[in-house]
Design a protein around this ligand. Sequence first.
Ligand SMILES: NC(=O)c1ccc[n+]([C@@H]2O[C@H](COP(=O)([O-])OP(=O)(O)OC[C@H]3O[C@@H](n4cnc5c(N)ncnc54)[C@H](OP(=O)(O)O)[C@@H]3O)[C@@H](O)[C@H]2O)c1
Length: 294
Amino acid sequence: MKEIILITGARGNLANVVKDRLSKKYTIRFLTTNKKLVNNNNVFYWNIDDGYINCKALENCNHIIHLAGYPIINRWTKKNKKIMFTSRVNSSELIFEKCKENNIKPKTFISASAIGYYGLNSKGIKSENDNKGKDWVADLVNSWEKSANNFNSIGCRVVNMRISLLISKKIAFLKYNILSVKFGIGMITGFKNRIFSWIHVDDVAKFIQNSIEQNIYSGVYNLATENNITELEFINILRKKYCSFAFIISVPNSLLRIILGERSKIINTNFSVSVKKLKENNFEWTYKKFDKFI
Ligand SMILES: NC(=O)c1ccc[n+]([C@@H]2O[C@H](COP(=O)([O-])OP(=O)(O)OC[C@H]3O[C@@H](n4cnc5c(N)ncnc54)[C@H](OP(=O)(O)O)[C@@H]3O)[C@@H](O)[C@H]2O)c1
């Protein structure tokens, strides 16, 4: 009998890469907020505000991967910030309550988290033991991880993935930048020497599989590569591949702030994260360098 994995957020980008990686070996189920996707066979409905989960999704479930979350890139209105919180934190608490109510004890609970934990104004290199930041994103991520940690109390191994920028050729951020360079314009947002940490979506899926299959994975992990790049290096890699004579233009911070408001802060972070803990678990990246997959 195959083990059963429940993934939250059926339409998610990472959720689908994880499904593709694990579906031969495991039975995959999803929770979704989208009624049109529901088939009550392997895709089940939940409504976080109403405290509702179709509990068939949880029956005999061996592992839960919590990837649902209203995108942080949406406008930071008071209403949206609340949805960003409830879709990550209340959702996790709801699954926990339903597991307890139905005496379901998964072996592992793996939850998305984010390097936003360290604060958007962070500097330097952040390790898992460093303090949390002081802004609302850091508070959100902290609550998200705490809600996942509830599962420790029912004997479940909990893994919190502090994910950096998720990259693959299918991701909008990269698609738009490639398109723009192909049209002869490479756009640098903010400072050209701004560093950003990234990880390929396939490597996060690989990390999730390792976390399911190897007991050594437990607690919090920064998910990034060792090869952070700067905005300028990023654009130059795209220019080299797609259009070496593309002009580079810088979108100044002041304009970013006008267009995106407070959200410009997530685009303008300038810190990196240590991946020492991943290396100690002998994690092997498929994509260590940015120019390997573009
Ligand atoms: N992308 C990144 O760079 C990055 C970085 C750090 C952390 N993360 C985190 O990693 C996780 C997966 O990322 P991703 O890029 O694959 O996310 P994604 O493509 O935006 O998918 C998230 C999924 O969450 C569900 N969702 C959206 N709004 C919801 C709501 N109000 N209530 C409940 N569920 C809702 C949706 O699935 P249904 O429509 O099927 O319900 C959606 O497809 C997310 O939690 C994200 O915050 C991502």
